[in-house]
Design a protein around this ligand. Structure first.
Ligand SMILES: NC(=O)c1ccc[n+]([C@@H]2O[C@H](COP(=O)([O-])OP(=O)(O)OC[C@H]3O[C@@H](n4cnc5c(N)ncnc54)[C@H](OP(=O)(O)O)[C@@H]3O)[C@@H](O)[C@H]2O)c1
Length: 256
């Protein structure tokens, strides 16, 4: 599968940057969106040096109305996006004991509203053309609530559930919908994490797995398989067992 034109949000660092660059190297014209314009410019230069084409799109997906309008306009202006990857996300840890609405709200705005606004902005054009590919980076965290990550898990569960619904709506069309659920990946987001990160993946491996899943137009791309399997199985574990296990697992790592 090769895409002619793709939009990737959260493309200034980590997973989004990796996927945007890999797509550009394969010949896809990429619109790379994020707030930090200087990082997007560096990405454009790196892609150009490799013979690819990336356009920087300064966008704050936390402004959901504007995001949906700008994606819809972009889709119209460039003659149609084949792939939209809503990847932008934030995940600061928030423990219930120190939770305030001021801390919760930005994550809902970016991870839920921003993500769904990005996808929704592209929908009318894809529906008109009868083809395309919508994808979002959710997380293994979508499977269950986890300590210090209640809000993050809830945002990812919302995204995954949204994707599942539109995938069924669009089942008889040529519009694919992919729910990407990574485990732990080495990106700036995990660089300062203090909790255990089992099966922490290299960014290049995560990018390759995502591209493979997109190429195959899979509905769900959950990885690494060990964590995906455990998380999927974990959904059936009763709370009486799940709660104490997760509570213990979330304690800060001991210094060697
Ligand atoms: N790393 C992991 O272990 C892991 C695991 C599962 C899922 N994920 C998900 O993977 C996605 C990418 O995260 P990452 O690990 O690659 O982290 P990252 O390196 O911190 O990248 C996050 C990206 O999101 C963008 N972003 C944040 N807020 C934004 C906003 N308001 N408007 C536009 N862009 C915004 C950032 O760009 P600017 O700051 O320049 O705007 C950046 O490009 C996220 O959705 C995350 O939840 C990560």
């Amino acid at each position: 599968m090769s895409y002619q034109r793709a939009l990737v949000t959260g493309a200034s660092s980590g997973t989004g940057r990796g996927v945007a660059l890999a797509l550009a190297k394969r010949g896809t014209e990429v619109w790379a969106a994020a707030r930090r314009e200087e990082l997007l410019r560096e990405l454009c230069d790196e892609a150009a040096a490799a013979g690819g084409r990336v356009h920087a799109l300064t966008l704050d997906v936390g402004r959901a109305d504007e995001t949906a309008e700008r994606v819809e306009a972009l889709d119209r202006e460039i003659g149609g996006l084949d792939l939209v990857l809503a990847n932008a996300g934030i995940g600061p840890p928030i423990r219930a004991q120190s939770m305030t609405w001021q801390k919760v709200k930005p994550m809902l705005e970016v991870n839920v509203m921003g993500c769904i606004a990005t996808l929704t902005g592209a929908l009318p054009g894809m529906v008109d053309r009868g083809r395309g590919h919508l994808a979002a980076v959710s997380s293994i965290a979508a499977f269950r609530g986890m300590p210090t990550a209640a809000v993050y898990c809830a945002t990812k569960a919302a995204v995954s559930t949204f994707l599942e619904g539109i995938r069924i709506d669009l089942r008889d069309t040529a519009i694919a919908v992919t729910d990407i659920r990574p485990g732990f990946v080495k990106t700036p987001m995990t660089a300062t994490a203090k909790t255990a990160m089992p099966w922490l993946m290299e960014l290049d491996d995560a990018v390759a797995t995502i591209l493979r899943g997109l190429d195959r137009r899979e509905g769900l791309v959950a990885f690494p398989w060990q964590l995906a399997g455990l998380s999927s199985f974990g959904r059936a574990v009763p709370s009486t067992l799940f709660d104490p296990l997760m509570s213990r697992a979330s304690r800060p790592r001991r210094r060697a």
